[in-house]
Design a protein around this ligand. Structure first.
Ligand code: C2E
Ligand code: MG
Ligand code: MG
Ligand code: MG
Length: 281
């Protein structure tokens, strides 16, 4: 109540709403304004082909450049966006911005790079999702062959033909589909065979304690051998050490992503980093 007003002034004005709920509402309103005012920005984290050490793509990761708070990480506002319906406009902004960037690379040395885009399950399950993607590609001129959509297992939990049809449509448009955070949900392995998924992303929680942690090592090598048998590519995220890289490389992991190579970078830094890495040593 009033006693806490110094710290939490709003408590004084809305006594029957708890502070957390109000904070959430403030955040939601600020996010809505932030999207309108173009405060979102994408950073790009390199993905490295494990064998050659060459950059073969990047993952676009959204940040909110708040005028007072500075760069807000996605885990602080994506859940709010998902609860409030803002994930629609936010997700569409991300999709279009990443496509716009890929289109801009088309006649440059960056044209071969794959652009991976995170798609929230709620966004994916919207009936007009495929149309939204089509429009983003058409309006920006992005090359669908270079666009990868990262979806999570929760987006696949609704079994049925509508879902399969949607994945097939996206695949037929030339897009690649990747399963993000693989292993953290209730994977139904049968899906992997049946659905047009091209890549698995091993979640960083499994990579963190490699190679020492026996359970993580077991999950990781099982995923890699399953992927090989099913003809899927694997990207490992959260690669921070040479030991992790060597473990993954030895078991046939195709691509690596993590702080060992680079943190997510602004577009200018990503382009410079990629160029510099191409120079012969
Ligand atoms: P994610 O898609 O699994 O992305 C990987 C996260 O791991 C990123 O965090 C990245 O910065 C972080 N990471 C990369 N390498 C390392 C490493 O070596 N060590 C550690 N400790 N972390 C590493 P970020 O950017 O904070 O994003 C967090 C999550 O927020 C993402 O997880 C994704 O689920 C979500 N997200 C980010 N951007 C978007 C977006 O545009 N749309 C949607 N729907 N979700 C997004
Ligand atoms: Mg991702
Ligand atoms: Mg992930
Ligand atoms: Mg994750």
């Amino acid at each position: 109540g009033a006693k806490a007003a110094g710290r939490n002034q709003y408590e004084f004005f809305v006594p029957d709403m708890n502070a957390r709920a109000f904070e959430r509402l403030m955040l939601e309103n600020a996010l809505r304004r932030g999207i309108e005012r173009n405060e979102l920005v994408l950073h790009y984290q390199p993905q490295i082909e494990a064998r050659s050490g060459q950059v073969n793509g990047c993952e676009a990761l959204v940040r909110w450049n708040h005028p007072d708070l500075g760069l807000v990480p996605p885990l602080q506002f994506i859940p709010v966006a998902e609860d409030s319906g803002l994930i629609g406009p936010l997700g569409e902004w991300v999709l279009r911005e990443a496509c716009r960037q890929q289109a801009q690379w088309q006649n440059s040395s960056m044209s071969e790079l794959r652009m991976a885009i995170n798609i929230s399950a709620l966004q994916f399950l919207k009936p007009d999702f495929v149309d939204t993607v089509k429009r983003a590609l058409a309006d920006t001129g992005a090359n669908p062959q270079r666009i990868e959509l990262e979806i999570t297992e929760s987006a696949l939990m609704q079994p049925g033909t509508a879902l399969t049809g949607r994945l097939l449509q996206l695949r037929d448009m030339g897009l690649t589909l990747a399963l993000d955070d693989f292993g953290t949900g209730y994977s139904c392995l049968a899906y992997l065979k049946r659905l047009p998924i091209r890549r698995l992303k091993i979640d960083h929680s499994f990579v963190r304690d490699l190679p020492g942690d026996q359970e993580d090592a077991a999950v990781t090598s099982a995923t890699l051998s399953l992927a090989r048998d099913l003809g899927l590519e694997v990207v490992a995220e959260g690669v921070e050490t040479v030991e992790q890289r060597d473990y993954l490389l030895a078991r046939g992991c195709h691509s690596l992503q993590g702080f060992m190579y680079s943190r997510p970078l602004t577009i200018a830094d990503f382009e410079a980093w990629t160029e510099a890495r191409r120079q012969p040593a």
